[in-house]
Design a protein. Structure first.
Length: 711
């Protein structure tokens, strides 16, 4: 009954919001400046004119009373996005869009990530958000639905962070934030412009002991952006970022019994093997735009980067005895590079972009035993050694045709080709040559229509096809029962999906609202068939369906109380298997034999989610805000016999911002989970030992201050 109520209640809330918007529009209120987005069609556009669901998180929401470490702090404002801080920096955030990405045991997949137009996802589709520099971010754009396929391997959506641009006068900002669990972040940023050259540079350090034993982490980050106006026609933007995460501890998950007994405890295996991860990544790129004339331009993006990871897992010593077992330490280094060139033309009739993109990923992947003799949690004997090369070559075209003064048609197509070659360097008795390769290809069309009914209201509909090719991490291990047992899982197929979406958008006199309904059907869904000790194996599982309703509303209520603002984001996803299949049960699993019934819910997807905030700002610069977040029940495994309970949380913050000539000062105090609830924020999907639960932080506090000075 609660699910059914939520499903019918959300459209009612949406209708009420739109009616409230119309009423509010009759009141004298500040005129809202039309925002623009770039992620939708690579050309600056008004979201009300686009036939797709796209949201903007502005700089104020990113920075105000926030730690500015995890992108989950900001994305709760976007409906359809589930961004959860695992409180486990060895595994990164759990990030999904419309149910895509939930199967990832670490990192982000199913979602294309960008920073200032430069890919933050690697060519195989796997991405991390640890290097996103929120302290220097101007805005975050989130594209959901069918048109995300025009960015390639991105079935769920596209998330792009834009760095602020250098402005005059030169300003230096220092930031300090500290809070519960010995959390501390210190950052310094410089922003300036001298003539045609603008620059932004930031460095920061983050430390935490975490809410549980074995969950401490230290992270160093740096981000820089340089933009140069070479001439009236040509601009060059150069970006670089670096992140170093040494020895981030991994407390692993808990069983239901362990969680109920003491949610702050740690898995004993995590202590025995000192489970942890070392990560270092450096990436740089450049973007060049040259205007041929008033309506035509050439754009070119090139990037390169290196990423190294060493992860110690909780794999028992006896399990690693067979020659076919690749050990208990994952160790790989990657170098990757790519380029994207396109021609853009715009005019009164609309716009078009034609481009080609090529990306290359070289990986040296090794596996080691996690013991030497009786000493656990150390780098032992080599058990895996291979070189993998993945090449992605795509061509795309997309555009907008303003068919009528109030109607526009958006369409695009992307032809995607992916090639993987693997060379096995670890050949011993009992473990033969597992070299091989595989190719994937797809043509991904999208089309949509947008009708601007009145200046304040637009209606749209769209449809498209997407693909998720297996990442190298998903290909890394063959599922139990495979012959041979070693080598890449080259039989894994890409998941292909067809999506349709309809929606409405409203913006007038201080009020914005957006309502979207979507339905996505997937073939050859990639699922976790085995997950034990931090190691996951994947397989295809037939058809799935994801559908739901998303709503967001933001209103400036000055006519009721001066300085009062209300914001809401809510969604009710329904994600289910349409075909039955078999998966692994408790270890040891020699062959998948547990039946997953058709109609079961997909694990990792909350059955509903909502976030709302009420904020009041005084003319003196003092502000106070309260927020409520609800996360629905999350199924933890494919068979559906365990779940993470629903939870509703209360948070609040108070702060002040002051301008003193060329100096700007701010300070804040915030509290989260004020009722001190014990709950699991995320589920480790299909964990073989039923250690699904990752406890969230209890009642926590954060205080911070920043000082900017310009000259």
């Amino acid at each position: 009954m609660p699910n059914a109520c939520a499903r019918y209640l959300l459209p009612l809330i949406a209708a009420t919001s739109l009616v409230a918007s119309a009423v509010q529009a009759q009141m004298a209120a500040p005129v809202m400046v039309a925002p623009v987005v770039i992620t939708a069609n690579r050309i600056a556009s008004d979201p009300l004119n686009l036939s797709m669901a796209i949201s903007i998180v502005d700089a104020e929401a990113i920075s105000e009373a926030q730690l500015q470490v995890n992108i989950s702090e900001s994305l709760q404002r976007v409906p359809g996005v589930n961004a959860q801080n695992r409180n486990n920096y060895a595994q990164d955030l759990q990030l999904s869009v419309r149910g895509f990405g939930t199967r990832s045991s670490f990192g982000v997949r199913g979602i294309k990530l960008y920073t200032d137009g430069i890919p933050a996802s690697q060519p195989d589709g796997q991405g991390q958000v640890s290097h996103f520099s929120l302290g220097s971010a101007d805005r975050i754009e989130v594209l959901r639905g069918p048109f995300s396929a025009l960015y390639g391997n991105a079935a769920g959506g596209v998330i792009q962070v834009f760095t602020e641009s250098g402005v005059s006068p030169t300003t230096v900002t220092t930031t300090v934030a500290a809070g519960s669990n010995d959390t501390l972040r210190i950052g310094i940023k410089a922003n300036g412009r001298e003539g045609a050259v603008g620059y932004v540079a930031q460095v920061d350090r983050f430390d935490t002991e975490g809410p549980r034993p074995q969950s401490a982490a230290t992270r160093f980050g740096a981000n820089a952006k340089l933009d140069v106006k070479v001439s009236e026609a040509t601009t060059i933007t150069i970006l670089g970022n670096h992140v170093n995460l040494p020895g981030a501890q991994d407390p692993l998950g808990l069983t239901r019994a362990e969680f109920n007994a003491n949610a702050r405890q740690v898995n004993p295996l995590a202590l025995q093997f000192n489970t942890r991860k070392d990560l270092e990544q450096t990436q740089g790129g450049a973007r060049i735009r040259h205007a041929l004339n008033a309506t035509q331009a050439l754009e070119f993006v090139a990037y390169t980067g290196e990423r190294a990871v060493r992860q110690f897992q909780a794999i028992p010593v006896a399990t690693q005895a067979p020659a076919t077992y690749p050990g208990g330490v994952i160790d790989f280094d990657r170098n990757y590079y790519g380029a994207d060139a396109r021609f853009v033309q715009s005019g009164a009739w609309g716009n078009v972009a034609l481009g080609v993109a090529s990306d290359v990923l070289n990986e040296n992947r090794r596996g080691y035993q996690n013991f030497i003799g009786t000493t656990l949690g150390v780098l032992g004997a080599l058990r895996r050694d291979e070189k993998n090369k993945l090449t992605s070559t795509d061509g795309y075209a997309q555009g907008e045709w303003r068919a009528l003064p109030d109607t526009s048609i958006h369409a695009g197509v992307r032809a995607s080709n992916v090639k993987l070659v693997s060379a096995d360097k670890y050949i011993v008795t009992g473990n033969g040559d597992d070299s091989g390769g595989v190719r994937y290809s797809a043509v991904l069309p999208s089309v949509g229509v947008n009708w601007r009914v009145i200046p304040a209201l637009s209606l749209y509909a769209s449809a498209g096809r997407g693909i998720e090719t297996p990442t190298l991490n998903e290909l890394a291990y063959r599922p139990p029962g495979s012959v041979p047992a070693t080598g890449l899982n080259l039989s894994l197929l890409p998941a292909r999906n067809d999506s349709v979406e309809i929606g409405a958008k409203w913006r007038r006199d201080g009020v914005t609202a957006e309502l979207a309904l979507f339905d996505t059907k997937t073939k050859d869904e990639i699922v976790v068939v085995s997950n034990s000790g931090g190691r996951s194996a994947f397989a295809n599982a037939g058809r799935t369906q994801r559908r739901g309703i998303e709503l967001s509303t933001r209103a400036q209520l000055d006519e009721w109380i001066k300085g009062l603002q209300w914001e809401l984001a809510a969604n009710t996803p329904d994600a289910r298997y349409r075909d039955s299949f078999k998966t692994c049960g408790a270890p040891p699993c020699t062959v998948p034999s547990v039946l997953v019934a058709a109609g079961n819910r997909l694990p990792g997807v909350p059955n509903r989610a909502a976030w709302t905030e009420l904020k009041w700002t005084h003319t003196s610069g003092v502000y106070i805000a309260a927020e409520v977040k609800h996360q629905g029940r999350i199924i933890a495994n494919d068979v559906g016999d365990e779940s993470v309970n629903a939870v509703t949380l209360l948070g609040a913050r108070i702060g002040v911002q002051q301008q003193w000539g060329k100096a700007r000062w701010s300070a804040f105090l915030r509290g989260d989970n004020l009722s001190g609830k014990t709950y699991a924020g995320t589920a480790i999907v299909n964990e073989a030992n039923r250690r699904y639960f990752e406890p969230a932080a209890g009642r926590s506090w954060l205080a911070g201050t920043s000082l900017s000075f310009g000259w």
